[in-house]
Design a protein around this ligand. Structure first.
Ligand SMILES: NC(=O)c1ccc[n+]([C@@H]2O[C@H](COP(=O)([O-])OP(=O)(O)OC[C@H]3O[C@@H](n4cnc5c(N)ncnc54)[C@H](O)[C@@H]3O)[C@@H](O)[C@H]2O)c1
Length: 368
């Protein structure tokens, strides 16, 4: 099948590497037939890189509508800022093309729901490239916890703090505005975490959060912006199965960063990417967990996202990173944002079904 990439920015190289990993493993995968970016120079450089890695140069476009009209594509991967996800997806579905979307599924839950409806209306596949639940290590984590390796989950703790030193995250100003990114780092990075939480331990029932914008101005030396998206969020939550969670992310942590995930169960602790430590003193290295639980899964999460897309299109297989799961992860982030807005705990299902939207309204206002 033929695929096109829309957007050749920061994350697109990881996707190219994913396709390259599948090619090297002689696994049947998509032919990258066309790429598109508004920035022609960037698109040309990306096509050159693709030529080197995959052996064929994709056709270059600067207008994605032209690309989907002229190229006989089976699928596209949409690698664009969050505010464009829903419109581009709809145009691709209408052109008869399946879509792999980057996380977060959409800029906000309203648009996420619309995307699921559009995929249904046009009978097209919509998957999410969510690396935190894909690839052998992440699949092994979820399968091992569900298999009871650490017993029943009591607590999930997730900390991610970095300092931007008051510049732009990944060199991109759009990430700091609600109107283009939906929120601050809690949406961009936080959605990886909520997707992982729910994949490992089931749906989250309720969230309480405080958020803030500590750094009122950011600058990359050329332009200065006043962010509208939060740079710091501290959140507590409860899973539907009773487990508790504490999750925070900040891009305003100066001097020293900290991070890591700890999952505590009734029999031990899972340190994703590292090991399992059991109460009897046994340590199980990650490599053993992977060989026991995910020997069938390709290592690279981005390569895995294309295996999922392929299987969803050809074999109607439900992907791990389905659009529905992506919507749930996004709704959990927005439950935290809603909570910080109204000063009360918020149920994820009230965000998922559109009943509560005080924070989302501010995003829509800024999108105008
Ligand atoms: N680990 C991950 O999974 C991961 C990491 C980074 C980014 N992402 C996601 O990938 C997406 C893109 O992020 P990024 O960091 O690559 O952003 P980016 O800003 O670096 O790249 C976006 C590209 O899209 C191009 N573009 C914008 N509007 C366009 C249009 N209408 N038509 C064609 N091209 C257009 C821009 O010129 C830019 O090159 C986001 O959804 C982000 O959340 C995922």
């Amino acid at each position: 099948m033929k695929i096109g990439f829309i957007g050749c920015g920061v994350i697109s190289t990881a996707h190219l590497e994913g396709l390259e990993a599948l090619k090297k493993a002689n696994q049947e995968t998509f032919h990258l037939a066309a790429v598109c970016d508004l920035n022609a120079e960037r698109a040309e450089a990306f096509a050159e890189n693709a030529h080197k890695r995959l052996g064929k140069r994709p056709v270059v476009y600067t207008d994605y509508l032209r690309m989907i009209e002229e190229e006989p594509l089976d699928a596209v991967s949409v690698l664009l800022n969050h505010d464009l996800h829903h419109t581009v997806a709809e145009n691709c579905f209408a052109a008869g093309i399946h879509v792999q979307m980057q996380k977060p599924l959409a800029i906000s839950p309203y648009y996420g729901r619309k995307m699921l409806q559009d995929a249904d209306k046009y009978k097209k596949v919509l998957t999410v490239s969510e690396p935190s639940v894909l690839g052998a290590e992440n699949v092994a984590l979820a399968r091992a916890v569900k298999d009871g390796v650490i017993g029943s989950v009591y607590m999930m703790l997730d900390y991610a703090t970095v300092s931007l030193n008051r510049t732009f995250f990944a060199g991109t100003a759009w990430r700091h505005f609600k109107g283009t990114a939906g929120a601050g780092w809690i949406n961009d990075h936080g959605v990886h975490r909520t997707h992982m939480f729910t994949e490992v331990n089931g749906p989250i029932q309720e969230v309480f959060a405080y958020t803030d914008i500590f750094e009122k101005e950011l600058s990359d030396g050329k332009s200065t912006i006043r962010p509208t998206g939060e740079d710091s969020s501290v959140t507590v939550f409860r899973f539907e199965n009773g487990g508790l969670g504490h999750w925070m992310c900040s891009t305003a942590a100066h001097g020293e960063k900290m991070g890591g995930v700890w999952i505590y169960g009734s029999k031990g602790c899972f340190r994703p990417g590292r090991h399992v430590a059991l109460e009897d003193g046994t340590t199980i290295p990650m490599v053993d967990i992977v060989s026991q639980y995910a020997a069938d899964i390709v290592q690279d999460p981005f390569a895995h996202s294309y295996v999922e897309l392929w299987d969803a299109i050809l074999n109607r297989k439900t992907p791990i990173a389905s659009a529905q799961k992506g919507l749930e992860a996004l709704s959990t982030v927005f439950a935290a944002l809603e909570s910080a807005t109204i000063g009360q705990p918020v149920r994820v299902k009230d965000i998922l079904n559109g009943e509560r939207h005080a924070y989302e309204d501010t995003v829509m206002e800024e999108m105008k």
